[in-house]
Design a protein around this ligand. Structure first.
Ligand code: OGA
Ligand code: MN
Length: 294
C-alpha cells in the first residue's frame, strides 16, 4: 500500500486584480477545486478584507467544494427556508427564479431590497459566497454598496443623528411584500418564526478584522431605530439608505459563467437588480457566520 501523504498543498499561481471602482477585485487563475495552501488562503483572506468583494473567475467547483472552501472562513449558517436548501447539502441555499412543475426550485426574490445577509440574527453573516449555476442572457446583476465609505462620507448632521444609536432588524420586515411574494415566500411555521425573532444591532458597527466603521442598516431587514419617534426613525433611515446607495458608492457585478463571488456582509450591503421573468437564473449560496456586531 502506498504511504499516505500529508504533504501540504502547493501554492498556486494566481493574480488579484482590483476592479475599476472603489470596491471589488477579480481573482484570476486560482483553482478552488484544489485545497488551498495556507499561503494562498492568506492572500485570498487579505483580498477579501481589502476589497470587500472578490470575484473568482471560472470555478468548476462542486457543491461540496464550495462548502469546504467556505468553511475555511468560519462556521456555515443554514437558512431558515429549508425548502430551498440543496438536497444532501443543507449548507447550500438555492437562489433561483426557476419554477419547475409549479414549484420554485429556490429562493426567487433573494435580495429584492438592499440588505446584509442574516443581519436579523444575533450573529449575522461574516460573508456569503454565490456560485453561478445558470445565468440569464440579460439582467441578473448583483449590486454591492460600500458601507465603510457610506459611513466615512456621511454629512455631519446624519453622523450626529445616529451617534450611539441602535436599530432593530427583522427577517419578516418585508417578507411578504411585492409581486410574487406569496409563491416565493412560503408561510413561516411557528418553528421558523422562533428562529427569526427580532434583534437589535448598533447603527454603526466596527469591522472586527479591518477595524473600520461601517453603517449597518438596510431597507431589507431594518425596521426602526430604537428610542426615536416612528416618523423620525423612518425619515432618518430613508436618508441613510439614499446616502449609502448613491451610484458612485456601488459596484455592479455582471455575472460571467462559473463566477464565484465572495462578499463581506460587514462591509457591504447588496441587491439583486432583477432578472427578466422568462429567463432562468440559478446560483448556490453558502453563508458564513460572523460575530455579534459592536
Ligand atoms: C443572496 C442575494 C442576490 C442576487 O443570495 O444573498 O442577495 O443577485 N442574492 O441573487
Ligand atoms: Mn443576500
Amino acid at each position: 500500500m502506498p504511504a499516505v501523504s500529508f504533504a501540504p498543498s502547493p501554492a498556486q499561481t494566481f493574480e488579484i486584480r482590483p476592479l475599476q471602482g472603489l470596491v471589488g477585485a477579480e481573482i484570476i487563475g486560482l483553482d478552488l477545486t484544489r485545497a488551498l495552501s495556507d499561503e494562498d488562503f492568506a492572500r485570498v483572506h487579505r483580498a477579501h478584507l481589502d476589497h470587500h468583494v472578490v470575484v473568482f473567475r471560472d470555478q468548476r467547483i462542486t457543491p461540496q467544494q464550495q462548502i469546504e472552501f467556505s468553511r475555511r472562513f468560519g462556521v456555515l449558517q443554514i437558512h431558515v427556508l429549508k425548502q430551498f436548501l440543496l438536497a444532501g447539502h443543507p449548507e447550500i441555499l438555492i437562489v433561483s427564479n426557476i419554477v419547475e412543475n409549479g414549484q420554485p426550485v429556490g429562493l426567487g426574490d433573494a435580495g429584492k431590497y438592499w440588505h446584509s445577509d442574516l443581519s436579523y440574527k444575533e450573529l449575522p453573516s461574516l460573508g456569503s459566497m454565490l456560485h453561478a449555476q445558470e445565468l440569464p442572457s440579460e439582467g441578473g446583476d448583483t449590486l454591492f454598496a460600500d458601507m465603510h465609505r457610506a459611513y466615512d462620507t456621511l454629512p455631519a448632521h446624519l453622523r450626529s443623528a445616529i451617534e450611539g444609536r441602535s436599530a432593530v432588524h427583522s427577517y419578516t420586515a418585508r417578507y411578504s411584500e411585492g409581486k410574487n411574494a406569496a409563491s416565493w415566500r412560503p408561510t413561516l411555521t411557528a418553528e421558523q418564526l422562533a428562529q427569526v425573532v427580532t434583534v437589535t444591532h448598533p447603527v454603526v458597527r466596527t469591522h472586527p478584522e479591518n477595524g473600520r466603521k461601517a453603517l449597518f442598516v438596510s431597507e431589507g431587514f431594518t425596521t426602526h431605530i430604537v428610542d426615536l419617534p416612528a416618523d423620525e426613525s423612518r425619515d432618518l433611515l430613508a436618508q441613510l439608505y439614499a446616502h449609502s446607495v448613491q451610484p458612485d458608492n456601488v459596484y455592479r457585478h455582471q455575472w460571467q459563467p462559473h463566477d464565484m463571488v465572495f462578499w463581506d456582509n460587514r462591509s457591504l450591503i447588496h441587491l439583486a437588480a432583477g432578472t427578466p421573468e422568462h429567463l432562468r437564473r440559478k446560483l448556490f449560496r453558502t453563508t458564513i457566520q460572523g460575530d455579534a456586531p459592536f
